[in-house]
Design a binder for this molecule. Structure first.
Ligand code: URA
Length: 216
C-alpha cells in the first residue's frame, strides 16, 4: 500500500463531514465531559493484524476516545482478542485501564460518531483516505479483519477493488493485492449478539481464521 499525503490519524476536530461536525457540536453541549472527536486508532504500529470496525459508539469510543472502549461491542472484541493472545492486561472500559494490544491495531471505517450509529456514503468516502494512510503506515501488516459489511466494503474500495468480486460473508477469507488477506466477521455489536446473528463461538472462529492467515 503506497504512502499518501493524508495522515493515518485525522485531527480530533476533523471537519470533512458537515453532518458529523454538527452531531459532534451537539454532543459537546449534551456531554461536555466526553471525548467528542475523531477517535484515533488503538494498538501497535508494528501490528500484523488490523481490526476495522464501523464507527465510534456515542457512549463508547466517542465518550472514552479509544475505539470500542466503553460499550458492549468492545467487551466482546477485547475479551476475544485477549483469548487469542492479541491483548494483555485488564480491559476496564477506560482509556487509562492499562490494557494493551499485542501485534494488533484497532481502527474504524469512520472515525467520528454518526447519528444512530449509521454513517452515510459520503462520510465513509471522506474517511477512507485515513484508512488507506493507516494501512500504509503499518509496515508489518498481513491481515485485516473487517467487522461488518461497511468495514468490508470500505476496505475493498481502499484497495481500489470491485465489491462484486469480494462478497462479504462471515469468516470469508479474501486474498488482496500485495499479499494482504482480508477476513470478514459480522460486527460484534450487542444487536448482532442478541439476535444470534453472531455468537461468541462464531466470533472466535473468525479470529482463528485471521490467525491462520497470519501464519500462512
Ligand atoms: N466502537 C467502535 O469504536 N467501533 C465500532 O464499530 C463499534 C463500537
Amino acid at each position: 500500500m503506497p504512502q499518501t499525503a493524508t495522515p493515518a490519524e485525522p485531527a480530533a476536530d476533523c471537519s470533512l463531514c458537515p453532518r458529523l461536525v454538527e452531531f459532534r457540536e451537539a454532543n459537546q453541549k449534551a456531554y461536555p465531559a466526553f471525548f467528542n472527536g475523531a477517535v484515533p486508532s488503538f494498538g501497535k504500529e508494528d501490528a500484523e493484524l488490523l481490526v476495522v470496525g464501523l464507527a465510534p459508539g456515542l457512549k463508547g469510543a466517542n465518550q472514552t476516545g479509544r475505539p470500542f472502549t466503553g460499550d458492549y461491542a468492545g467487551d466482546l472484541l477485547y475479551k476475544c482478542l485477549k483469548q487469542m493472545g492479541w491483548a494483555k492486561g485488564t480491559y476496564d472500559r477506560r482509556p487509562d485501564d492499562g490494557f494493551e494490544l499485542v501485534n494488533t491495531m484497532v481502527t474504524n471505517a469512520v472515525r467520528c460518531v454518526p447519528p444512530q450509529n449509521k454513517p452515510v456514503g459520503s462520510e465513509i468516502n471522506n474517511c477512507r483516505p485515513f484508512l488507506q494512510a493507516r494501512l500504509a503506515a503499518l509496515p508489518n501488516l498481513k491481515v485485516l479483519l473487517a467487522l461488518g459489511k461497511i468495514a468490508h466494503d470500505t476496505t475493498i474500495r481502499t484497495f481500489g477493488l470491485r465489491l462484486a468480486s469480494y462478497p462479504f460473508g462471515h469468516e470469508a477469507v479474501h486474498p488482496l493485492p500485495n499479499g494482504y488477506i482480508l477476513v470478514d466477521s459480522y460486527h460484534c455489536s450487542r444487536y448482532n449478539v442478541n439476535t444470534n446473528r453472531l455468537t461468541e463461538e462464531m466470533f472466535m472462529s473468525a479470529l482463528k481464521a485471521c490467525q491462520k492467515a497470519m501464519q500462512a
